[in-house]
Design a protein around this ligand. Structure first.
Ligand code: ARG
Length: 464
């Protein structure tokens, strides 16, 4: 090591003094990019194989490098690697360890590549694996919601607009509404995966390389769809990370909405559901409390992922081509978005099948607030009354009911006929909440029969 203390740096050659101690920490990414270790090794092994195939390394050299890298992978899995801040990032840490293990042959690995295409490749490999895990969790949650929808296809609850009693709906129908949102999320995730799965390697620093490399071969080894078409774009593009975080933001926006409903429904005042004890915690002062912490936290964690989306968009907005050190800031928001989404999905996928639905409470709540007023208006329309007149007539009946503190179904036939002589005995069939939901019997409607059909179709779509 030279006196000027630049010897530890793979790039120390042109420097005449060592890096400032603070700057060394300020510029290092190893405190967080060590998480790319597996993918860095995977990418380097593929690169070494390609270098042998194209004659840029002998097969002995390539073998030696691959064995060394595999051994380092094993050391990392056992937690035996001492990550070094002076070595800046995961790429230089692993390369230095390789040279330490296998000697000078290790110095040949970096032929025809740069950390710029290397890091872009590593993040894509890392994110691709994360996406596949998240995709599986999404399927698990969707499947749980579909089961729940089937179980509660006949359960009647109030449907709200403006959080005011609107019309009765079935609990199963409500669950399938959530399921639809997640279906779209999964489609977005899979689209995003397609654009993640493009290989930057071979772009080298920015312009490509003067060596006769075989990018198709490396791409095939790493399971990428194809090499990136433009070297400048390959090293600087982070759209895929932004897209993933946008997917994550929309998904968490949905989970936050579900959470808000669960928190409300779990309250003593609503009492529609009971969250299992194992998903709740108590209060240190109020003995009666059972708090819905899991949905509350999911709701709360949504904000940090929105923040990451904004961070990444802002990170990229003024960067000239091609790679800039700014890009090192992509990792923490992306890693945390993946961690947060994974944890929230897991919590929901575990919790939803265990949800206890208080069917009587739901039914009683659905019967309050004149929820079948629209059904009465529709009934009058079928009897030849114009809809606007029917609306007015039912409005008067509701006002009367409010004064008397009685629902429409609790009024006598004479009382109802007082508002419109066209009303007959059969009106009571449609004034019940059962009649109301059963009447909405078309694809997309809330009738139990439709819920069961929609649940079957949703289940089939899970395997596509
Ligand atoms: N640690 C860097 C990052 O995360 C790796 C690429 C560094 N490239 C460079 N030319 N300094 O972006």
């Amino acid at each position: 090591m030279s006196k000027k203390n630049t010897g530890t740096k793979p790039w120390g050659g042109r420097f005449s003094e060592g890096t400032d101690a603070f700057v060394e920490h300020f510029t290092a990414s190893i405190p967080f990019d060590y998480r790319l270790c597996e993918e860095d090794i995977q990418g380097s092994i593929a690169h070494a194989r390609m270098l042998a195939k194209t004659g840029l390394l002998t097969s002995e050299e390539s073998e030696q490098i691959i064995q060394g890298l595999e051994a380092i992978g094993e050391e990392a899995r056992q937690g035996k690697i001492q990550w070094s801040v002076p070595l800046e990032d995961v790429h230089m840490n692993i390369e230095a360890r390789l040279i330490e293990r296998i000697g000078d042959t290790g110095k040949k690995l970096h032929t025809g590549r740069s950390r710029n295409d290397q890091v872009a490749t590593d993040i894509r490999l890392w994110l691709r694996r994360a996406i596949d895990e998240i995709d599986a969790e999404l399927t698990r949650l969707r499947s749980g919601l579909i089961d729940l929808a089937e179980r509660e296809a006949d359960t009647i609850m109030p449907g709200f607009t403006h959080l005011q009693s609107a019309q009765p709906v079935t609990f199963g129908h409500h669950m399938l509404a959530w399921q639809e949102m997640l279906d779209r999320d999964q489609q977005r995730l899979r689209e995003c995966r397609g654009r993640v799965n493009i290989m930057p390697l071979g772009a080298a620093a920015l312009a490509g390389t003067s060596f006769p490399i075989d990018r198709d071969y490396t791409a095939e080894l790493l399971g990428f769809e194809r090499p990136a078409r433009n070297s400048l774009d390959a090293v600087s593009d982070r759209d895929f990370a932004i897209e993933f975080t946008a997917f994550a933001s929309i998904l968490l926006m949905h989970l936050s909405r579900f959470s808000e409903e669960l928190v409300l429904w779990n309250s003593a005042q609503f009492g529609f559901v009971d969250l299992p004890d194992r998903f709740c915690t108590g209060s240190s002062i109020m003995p009666q409390k059972k708090n819905p912490d899991v949905p509350e936290l999911v709701r709360g964690k949504t904000g940090r992922v929105y923040g990451h989306l904004l961070s990444l968009l802002t990170l990229m907005k003024s960067q000239p081509l091609a790679y800039n050190k700014d890009n090192q800031e992509d990792k923490e928001p992306l890693f945390d978005s993946v961690d947060t989404v994974s944890a929230c999905l897991r919590a929901f996928a575990d919790m939803m099948p265990a949800l206890e639905v208080k069917r009587e409470r739901c039914h009683a709540a659905a019967s309050m607030g004149f929820a079948t007023a629209t059904d009465l208006a529709d009934y009058l329309v079928r009897r030849g009354v114009a809809f606007r007149d029917a609306h007015e007539i039912v409005g008067r009946a509701v006002r009367h009911g409010l004064e008397q503190q009685r629902d429409l179904a609790q009024m006598s036939l004479e009382e109802l006929r007082g508002f419109c002589p066209d009303i007959d005995e059969d009106v009571f069939d449609i004034l019940t909440v059962e009649g109301s939901v059963a009447a909405r019997n078309h694809p997309g409607g809330t009738a139990p029969e439709q819920v069961r059909r929609a649940a079957r179709e949703a289940r089939e779509s899970l395997t596509q």
